[in-house]
Design a protein around this ligand. Structure first.
Ligand SMILES: Nc1ncnc2c1ncn2[C@@H]1O[C@H](COP(=O)(O)OP(=O)(O)OP(=O)(O)O)[C@@H](O)[C@H]1O
Ligand SMILES: [Mg+2]
Length: 337
């Protein structure tokens, strides 16, 4: 559905110097700064895939999405979306895609949501029956009814986002780009938005590229993740792979019985027969916390050893958090293979 080859975008801006004299100097010199926002990026995305596109602020995510949606022309390289080169055939491409930029709305500021939708129906030439079916669906899953007749400028952030999401899906697009669609939303609305994206994807096989700083969005919606850094593609694989390859630590937390007092002298590490360095045991008040490499030792071995040694009231197992891994990748602490 999406093919991206050596996609590159450079921004050229007049060289800036500080202060008033600097401003005059920038005005008269013909020097330019060149910023390569997207640098030689290639990937393919199949129909129906939902891919997370992540990276730190300024990494080049939005710029990529702008090229894929035809708003920006690449400096070099190419991309096609459903066989169409977006910036060459903008109108045709627009019929195939839906876009949400969480930072700004695509709806008409002064019009009620209902009328914005009416305009979109005309623009996209959505057949009446289809439009009404979709509208009913979105009104229900995103609870648009409460503010359907309110002017967009009076909507709260979360209401606007729900309206925007519905607007981007109204014409049954084949591809949807969601650029921070859950920014500033409360947890219930976030949850509803994630659910409806998943549902729309399974109903219509919609292809989704999702950009967000909330990695829970990615974990709940996508199977695959692309990480970019300073415009370059750093990683492209399944989230499972990412966790298996880089997130080796799991955690089991034991809450001990009321009157049990435990110290390091239980010799747990020895009893678990763990390879050296694969396990790390802490003893906060009333608890035992075991961090371990789960490709070297089984969770069950840890649990059974502790249960044999002492009285336990509760057990909590924490899976590898994607956030921990991604944090280390962004910080440069993990070297990607
Ligand atoms: N129109 C523009 N003119 C000049 N520079 C730009 C322009 N748009 C983006 N840039 C620069 O390109 C780089 C990438 O910006 P982009 O908006 O793609 O980042 P992003 O990954 O979406 O970041 P964020 O997570 O903050 O949204 C930044 O350094 C930004 O300053
Ligand atoms: Mg952005």
């Amino acid at each position: 559905m999406i093919e991206v080859r050596n996609l590159t975008k450079e921004f050229k801006s007049p060289k800036k110097y500080p202060g008033f004299i600097g401003a005059v100097k920038s005005f008269f010199t013909a020097k330019y700064d060149i910023k390569r926002a997207v640098d030689n990026v290639s990937f393919d995305i199949a129909e129906g895939e939902m891919v997370g596109y992540i990276g730190v602020n300024g990494a080049g995510k939005s710029t990529t999405i702008k090229m894929l949606s035809g708003i920006m022309v690449p400096t070099s390289g190419e991309c096609t979306v459903d066989g169409i080169v977006p910036y060459k055939r903008r109108k045709e491409n627009a019929k195939n895609i839906g876009v949400v930029f969480g930072q700004r709305t695509q709806l008409w500021w002064d019009l009620p949501v209902s009328e914005s939708f009416g305009i979109l129906k005309e623009i996209y030439d959505i057949p009446k029956k289809r439009y009404e079916e979709n509208l009913t669906y979105f009104k229900e899953v995103l609870s648009l009814e409460d503010f359907f007749l309110t002017p967009v400028r009076n909507l709260s952030l979360g209401q606007k986002m729900r309206a925007d999401l519905a607007a981007s899906f109204l014409h049954d697009p084949k591809v949807v780009y969601l650029d921070e669609p859950t920014i500033g939303l409360d947890i219930l609305v976030k949850d509803r938005i994630r659910k409806s994206i998943r549902e729309l994807n399974s109903l219509h096989k919609t292809t989704v590229i999702l950009t967000t700083h909330d990695l829970n969005d990615i974990e709940e919606i996508c199977k695959r993740v692309i990480i970019i850094d300073q415009g370059k593609k750093l990683y492209d694989s399944s989230i499972d792979d990412l966790k298996k390859t880089y997130g080796r630590k799991k955690e089991v937390r034991f809450v001990l019985g009321e009157n049990v007092r435990v110290t390091a002298n239980l010799a747990l590490e020895k009893a678990m027969k763990a390879p050296k360095g694969s396990i790390d045991i802490a003893y906060p008040e009333g608890e035992i916390v075991v961090k371990f490499d789960y490709d070297k030792i089984d969770t069950s071995a840890i649990i059974s050893t502790v249960l044999k040694k002492t009285e336990v009231r509760d057990i909590m197992i924490e899976d590898v958090q994607m956030e921990d891994i991604v944090k280390q990748i962004y910080a440069g602490d993990i070297r990607l293979r």
